[in-house]
Design a protein around this ligand. Sequence first.
Ligand SMILES: [Zn+2]
Ligand SMILES: [Zn+2]
Length: 284
Amino acid sequence: MIAIVVPLAAVLVTPLYVWEWGFRWSDLAVLVGMYVLTAMGVTIGFHRLFVHRSFETYLWVKVVFAIMGSMALQGPLLRWVGMHRWHHQHSDTPEDPHSPQHGGAGFVGLMKGLWHAQIGWFFEADPPNLARYSQDLRKSRTFRVISALFPLWVALGLVLPAVVGGLLSQSWMGALSGLIWGGLVRIFLVHHVTWSVNSACHLWGSQPYKSDDESRNNALFGVLAMGEGWHNTHHAFPTSARHGLRWWEIDLSYWVIHLMERLSLAWDVKLPTPDAEAKGRRLA
Ligand SMILES: [Zn+2]
Ligand SMILES: [Zn+2]
């Protein structure tokens, strides 16, 4: 609960903070830098690399992404991977850990479903045998240790922006600003943008591809969630490293993976063949 309430409280006091002490460009830089770093830890690392194995890379790169994703405070690596594989297997059925489709009828039902998919599910008991869904990663001591050290990475995600903020402004006040903007406010934003993929992207948007669930392509979260909002495409082609398959579907995570491939930092990058893509299309 602390993980949700403290960042929310920080967001609520930011207007007062800005009123009293002003807003520095260095605060915005630390916020954006930490947002991109930790959101991509989740989207490229936790999601596309560890859950779906959509590309291959060196062990040290995997370790860096695992730590970046852990700093997002969305639970330890092994739990995140297990929950998300469970989501794909049971998508929008009553077994789905975070489907917005089961709140009931009418507006109240929609709101209940939204709340559950956005926040409520995070506090519910794990599905049984969740560990089975991350067996591949559990075989590696490295990933077991990284997952167990989750609180350390969360602390790093708070200390790092404080240090950068302090150095940029050469002041303790700057360090506090860094902690608030790059730590707490950033955690709030990354939480809700990522979780909107679970809620909004299973409710609102287009369904250009065939999938046995309510997943949607939502342009707003396509951009904000580093490409993860092209979620209908993702459910249709889960192992694809690229979620925005059409040229105008901005997918920052894939652009980074593509750049890594050019730099020989990523290989075996999986994409649907043109034939598979055409067959996957829903007929209008
Ligand atoms: Zn989904
Ligand atoms: Zn997925």
